[in-house]
Design a protein around this ligand. Structure first.
Ligand SMILES: [Cu+2]
Length: 391
C-alpha cells in the first residue's frame, strides 16, 4: 500500500523542488573564468544576429547603488531574493502563491513523505524480524484479507485527495490571468540575454546583460561590484516593478526556448519562440530579487541572469518617467486580450498592423534590432546597447 502513495507523494515533492531549482543553484557551480564567456558562441547561425553590432562600452557608474538603470537606490538583502551558500530549502517567498507553495512544501508534502517513509521502513523491519525463518519456520498460506486490502486502497486515496485539494488550487492560482490594470512586463529571451518591454508604459525597452567580473571585462567596460549582486546573477540593467500591484508577465523568445524564473516569486515561465506565455503575480515586499534563465538554451545558458527591483508604485512611476515612458491612463491596454498567434479568430479580429502595434511579437523582434523600437517610442536608450551574446 504505502509504496504507491509514497511514489506519488515523492513525485509531488520533486515537482516542488524542481520549481525551486534555482534556489539551490549556487552561482559558483557554473563554469568560471573568462574562457567560456569569450569562446562560447560558435561563429555560425542565429547566435550572431542582434549581437554583432558593436555595443558601446558602458562606463562604470559613479555609485552603482544609485545608478542601477536610473532606479532608486536599493541594497541587497543577503537573505532574501538570492541563493545563499549552504541553504537547504526554498528561498523566502514574496508573492501570495509563493507563500502558499512554501507552506505546502514545508508543512504538507515534507511531513507526509516523511511519515510514509517511516511507516514503510517500520513495516519492513517488522516483517523481516518477525517472520524470519528462525522465528517462523512454517509460513502461513493466507492469500487474502479483505479488511487490509480495503484499508491499503482507501488510505492512499484519502491522503492523495487531501494533498490534491490545496495542490489544484495552487496550480490554478499560478495561471490566473492578471486583472485589469495590471502592469505588463514582456520578457523576451535571446541567446544569451534578456530584453524587456513595458508595452503599457510608452513602450520602454530594456536589454539586460550579465555583468562580468573585473578580470573579464575589456577596458572601459563596466565590471560587477558587490552592490550589483552576486557573481553570475548581477545584470547591467535591472527590471523595475511596483510592489502591491498585479504584474502581467508575458514571455516569448527570439531564438530558442528560454525560461524566465525568479525563485522568490515562485515564478518560472518558459519563453518559447513564436508564442506568448502569460501569467501573473504580485510582489509583496520591496527588494532586489535575482533569478536565472532556467531552460537549457545553449552555450551561455548560465550567463543570462534576471534581476528585479521591486519598488513602491510612486517610485515605479518616477522610474517610468525617467526612462521616457508614461503611466497608462484609465483605458489601459492591459485590460485588452492579447490574441495568440493562430488562436481562433485572432487573424480576423486583429489586423497585422494592430498586432504589431499592440504587441511586438517574436517575428517582429527578430526583424527589428532592439533599439530601433526604443527610439521610435521615445524611451531612453538602453545604456548597455544590444546584448553581447556572441562574446
Ligand atoms: Cu536561456
Amino acid at each position: 500500500m504505502p509504496s504507491r502513495m509514497k511514489a506519488l507523494a515523492i513525485a509531488a515533492g520533486l515537482g516542488c523542488a524542481a520549481l525551486s531549482g534555482a534556489a539551490f543553484a549556487k552561482p559558483a557551480a557554473a563554469p568560471a573564468g573568462a574562457a567560456p564567456q569569450a569562446a562560447a558562441a560558435p561563429a555560425g547561425a542565429a547566435n550572431t544576429a542582434p549581437t554583432t553590432a558593436a555595443a558601446p562600452t558602458t562606463a562604470a557608474p559613479t555609485s552603482p547603488l544609485l545608478a542601477q538603470d536610473g532606479a532608486p537606490a536599493i541594497a541587497i538583502d543577503p537573505k532574501v531574493g538570492l541563493p545563499i551558500d549552504g541553504r537547504i530549502g526554498l528561498q523566502p517567498q514574496v508573492t501570495k502563491n509563493g507563500e502558499f507553495a512554501h507552506w505546502m512544501h514545508n508543512d504538507v508534502l515534507l511531513p507526509v513523505i516523511t511519515a510514509i517513509c517511516v511507516l514503510v521502513l517500520l513495516l519492513l523491519a517488522w516483517v523481516v524480524f518477525r517472520f524470519r525463518r528462525a522465528a517462523n519456520p512454517v509460513p502461513s498460506k493466507t492469500s487474502h484479507n479483505t479488511f487490509i486490502e480495503v484499508l491499503w486502497t482507501l488510505g492512499p486515496v484519502v491522503v492523495l485527495v487531501l494533498i490534491a485539494i490545496p495542490s489544484i488550487g495552487l496550480l490554478q492560482a499560478q495561471f490566473k490571468p492578471a486583472p485589469a490594470g495590471a502592469v505588463t512586463l514582456k520578457a523576451i529571451g535571446n541567446q544569451w540575454y534578456w530584453t524587456y518591454q513595458y508595452p503599457d508604459h510608452g513602450g520602454i525597452e530594456i536589454t539586460a546583460n550579465m555583468l562580468k567580473e573585473k578580470d573579464q571585462v575589456s577596458p572601459g567596460e563596466r565590471a560587477r561590484t558587490d552592490v550589483d549582486g552576486p557573481r553570475l546573477l548581477a545584470v547591467d540593467n535591472r527590471i523595475v516593478l511596483p510592489v502591491g500591484v498585479p504584474i502581467r508577465l508575458i514571455t516569448t523568445s527570439n531564438d530558442v526556448i528560454h525560461s524566465w524564473a525568479i525563485p522568490a516569486f515562485w515564478m518560472k515561465l518558459d519563453a518559447v519562440p513564436g508564442r506568448l506565455n502569460e501569467t501573473s503575480f504580485t510582489i509583496e515586499k520591496p527588494g532586489l530579487y535575482f533569478g536565472q534563465c532556467s531552460e537549457l538554451c545553449g552555450a551561455r545558458h548560465g550567463f543570462m541572469p534576471i534581476a528585479v527591483q521591486a519598488v513602491s508604485p510612486a517610485q515605479f512611476a518616477a522610474w517610468i518617467a525617467a526612462k521616457g515612458g508614461k503611466m497608462p491612463g484609465a483605458a489601459t491596454p492591459s485590460a485588452a486580450v492579447i490574441p495568440q498567434p493562430g488562436a481562433e479568430g485572432s487573424a480576423a479580429e486583429a489586423t497585422q498592423a494592430n498586432a504589431a502595434e499592440a504587441v511586438t511579437g517574436p517575428a517582429d523582434n527578430a526583424a527589428t534590432p532592439a533599439q530601433s523600437s526604443t527610439s521610435a517610442q521615445g524611451a531612453t536608450g538602453n545604456p548597455a546597447g544590444p546584448g553581447n551574446a556572441g562574446q
